[in-house]
Design a protein around this ligand. Structure first.
Ligand SMILES: Cc1cc2nc3c(=O)[nH]c(=O)nc-3n(C[C@H](O)[C@H](O)[C@H](O)COP(=O)(O)O)c2cc1C
Length: 198
């Protein structure tokens, strides 16, 4: 079976962000597998304005050149891991904006989530799961939540995420589910459309 292409999206953009660390940790775990290829997508490389098009690109092609470049990049992948913080109990605005700036590119593909913060971004991820449904994505059951004392130990305490060995099984389960869905949905997307009945 061909390898599926997985994009790991870093959901925050501020200069002092923590997001690189869980993104690289996820990439390192994913890179040990032979059933996928993986690439980090950094929203800093796609500095889009707050959504400013006449409509979603579900309906009208976007004019903004960075948005067009983002949509082209998103389209390359068979599934995604969203690495996210929680800002005031919600999805970081940069990530929501990036989600809004594509539509067909997300459709019929799976989404998995790695969160970090006092509750492992659980509340933001619950919101992302609903958003994923609107984008016609399949969210995986299992996510990874780097939370509470674990998060503090890595954020301020000099620990590495690799030392949180109890997170490994969650990451493996999450990737197993993501890859299953990515293969299933890739096959379904590639199947010829059934002609409409006369
Ligand atoms: C604007 C803002 C709002 C935040 N709100 C929450 C929150 O609701 N829940 C939480 O667990 N942490 C919250 N935090 C703390 C973040 O979990 C922590 O700063 C984390 O490092 C943010 O991710 P980033 O470094 O990738 O930007 C907030 C941080 C910021 C900057």
């Amino acid at each position: 079976m061909a390898k599926v292409k997985i994009g790991i999206i870093i959901g925050t953009t501020r200069a002092a962000r923590f997001g690189d660390r869980p993104a690289n940790w996820t990439k390192d775990i994913a890179s040990q597998r032979d059933d996928l290829t993986v690439e980090i997508l950094d929203l800093r490389d796609y500095p889009m304005p707050f959504f400013d098009e006449v409509a979603s690109n579900a309906w009208v092609p976007s004019q903004n050149e960075v948005a067009q470049r983002w949509q082209k990049k998103v389209a390359e992948f068979d599934g995604y891991v969203f690495v996210t913080a929680e800002y005031n109990r919600g999805v970081p605005a940069a990530l929501k904006n990036a989600l809004d700036y594509a539509y067909p590119e997300w459709n019929k593909k799976p989404a998995a989530f790695v969160g970090y913060g006092s509750v492992g971004a659980a509340r933001a991820i619950e919101q992302l799961r609903l958003i994923a449904v609107e984008l016609q994505m399949a969210p995986t059951r299992t996510g990874v939540h780097i939370q509470g004392a674990d998060f503090m130990a890595v954020w301020k305490g000099g620990k590495e995420i690799t030392e949180l060995t109890h997170l490994q099984k969650n990451a493996t389960d999450m990737l197993d589910q993501l890859i299953w869905w990515a293969n299933a949905l890739k096959a379904a997307r590639e199947r010829p459309a059934i002609p409409a009945a006369a």
